[in-house]
Design a protein around this ligand. Structure first.
Ligand SMILES: Nc1nc2c(ncn2[C@@H]2O[C@H](COP(=O)(O)OP(=O)(O)OP(=O)(O)O)[C@@H](O)[C@H]2O)c(=O)[nH]1
Ligand SMILES: [Mg+2]
Length: 455
């Protein structure tokens, strides 16, 4: 498959570094004509066609009018050990958009076309350099903005999820092929695997899938961050807490209830995890149209939050009416009930999960611990655990699980091997979608169109 694809593909070019002015820019070329084409505009000690793979060469880029465009460094990668699995060249130029534009135009005249978004990585996938989950991890790595999200994406690029999925697929393949073999020998009445053994295998696979599914809430939080709604009655200190966490006077704080009207959104990283904080209007009955709109927005934020940080004034006590309203708006498990202003008067009401002072900072580390625990759950994952962080993978795992359940039903209902085998094959295909053993053009286009050009 590798050779065929490499020979049929066009040669593509794109700027791989961010557009604009920089110290250097890197232009990436990949495909069967890449070395020959660059040779037509590059003049160094020797032609690139004569250099070995993974070497760097100094030379000049000169156009057809003999004009010097730039002196550059060119890296040459020959198939199959390049990023894309094809012959590739990377041209490092001075970081001027004009130089980049001129060099790309010269290459476009040499039987090369502009790359589509993600096309280099798509070729890496098609040429077997990466599986699909790993290719998706490349995008996640580029987009990661916290240490935790980078670590998660790295784990996926290293193939930890892929390996797990592949193992499960293999176990399914083995099981279903034995059932199919048995069908071929139906006349002879030979049993290759007992129904009990089949059932045991299915149960093993199903419980592994369950584990992967349950890692999703963790994986998603690691990758995308946590939405935290700061809610409560007016004047309890929501904006004061936001300001304390951000270490700046971001939101207006006053002793007048109803100070905050609009949603204020800010990001905060705690221990490498991204928390997206939403300060909201204090929830109360109001006759002011603007405040009413603000309160409506507060409720919306609650519904979309992963954590609802329900702040109370400890000098007043827990707002029971608001707590029951919040419990109707969101899952009870998401609510963190917090007492604020303990510098004035502390409380021993055991219904508070945490007690803090947004003024003195007392209790903050306990608040952070509670937020992390709410966000990540109590289950811990090691660096080597397979973790699902992509909704596409999650959906495929659920599909696989559904087919396994259907296979178990077939066994229980004493249906013939054909039925069980079909369910197992379907489950196998669903798992295959994750790593790209089974894919459609739609899936691929959908994944790679989200990449940037040049990746
Ligand atoms: N002593 C003390 N005062 C606090 C604390 N937190 C907030 N305050 C005061 O409480 C008042 C209200 O604080 P805000 O942060 O504006 O309260 P809010 O919940 O954002 O109020 P709204 O935006 O009106 O809903 C201000 O006068 C703050 O200085 C605290 O921990 N201790
Ligand atoms: Mg406020």
């Amino acid at each position: 498959m590798t050779e065929l694809l490499s020979q049929n593909e066009d040669t593509i070019v794109a700027l791989a570094t961010p557009p604009g002015i920089g110290a250097i820019s890197v232009i990436r070329v990949s495909g069967p004509d890449s070395i020959d084409s660059v040779d037509k505009i590059f003049f160094g000690k020797k032609p690139l066609k004569d250099v070995s793979t993974h070497t760097i060469h100094y030379g000049k880029i000169i156009d057809s009018q003999n004009e010097l465009i730039d002196d550059v460094l060119v890296s040459v990668f020959r198939l199959p050990n390049s990023y894309t699995g094809e012959d590739s060249v990377e041209i490092s130029t001075h970081g001027s958009p004009i130089i980049v534009q001129k060099i790309i135009s010269l290459l476009l005249e040499k039987n090369i076309r502009l790359a589509e978004p993600g096309e280099f990585t798509k070729r890496a996938f098609l040429n077997g350099r990466l599986d699909l989950a790993q290719a998706e991890a490349v995008a996640d790595i580029i987009n990661s903005n916290t240490e935790a999200s980078l670590r998660g994406a790295r784990n996926q690029l290293d193939g930890i999820l892929s390996k797990k999925v592949d193992q499960l697929r293999e176990l399914l393949v083995n099981t279903s092929s034995l059932i199919e073999l048995e069908l071929d020998f139906a006349e002879e009445d030979i049993e290759f695997m007992s129904l009990d053994e089949i059932l045991t295998n299915i149960n093993i696979i199903e419980s592994e899938i369950d584990q992967l599914l349950s890692s999703y809430s963790f994986g998603r939080i690691i990758k995308d961050g946590v939405n935290v709604a700061l809610v409560g009655k007016p004047n309890v200190g929501k904006s004061s807490l936001l300001n304390y966490l951000l270490k700046e006077a971001r939101a207006i704080v006053s002793e007048i209830p109803g100070t905050t009207r609009d949603i204020i959104r800010e990001e905060l990283t705690i221990d490498g995890i991204l928390f997206r904080l939403f300060d909201t209007a204090g929830i109360r009955k109001s006759y002011d149209v603007i405040e009413i709109e603000g309160v409506n927005r507060s409720r919306e934020v609650v519904q979309n939050a992963d954590i609802v940080l329900f702040l109370n004034d400890s000098t007043v006590g827990l707002s029971e009416d608001l707590l029951s309203e919040l419990q109707e708006l969101t899952d009870k498990e998401r609510i963190l009930t917090v007492a604020n202003k303990i510098d004035i008067s502390d409380t021993n009401d055991h219904r508070f999960d945490v007690r803090i002072s947004a003024k003195t900072g007392e209790g903050m580390s306990l608040l952070f611990d509670a937020m992390k625990k709410k966000a990540l759950g109590t289950k811990t994952y090691s660096e080597k655990s397979a973790i699902v962080s992509n909704i596409r993978h999650y959906d495929s795992l659920q599909k696989a699980k559904m087919h396994l359940i259907s296979a178990k039903n077939s066994i229980q209902n004493r249906l013939t091997g054909e039925f069980i085998a079909v369910d197992l094959r379907n489950a196998e295909n669903a798992l295959g979608e994750i790593i790209g053993k089974v894919t459609s053009d739609d899936i691929l286009n959908n994944i790679f169109s989200k990449f940037c050009i040049g990746k």
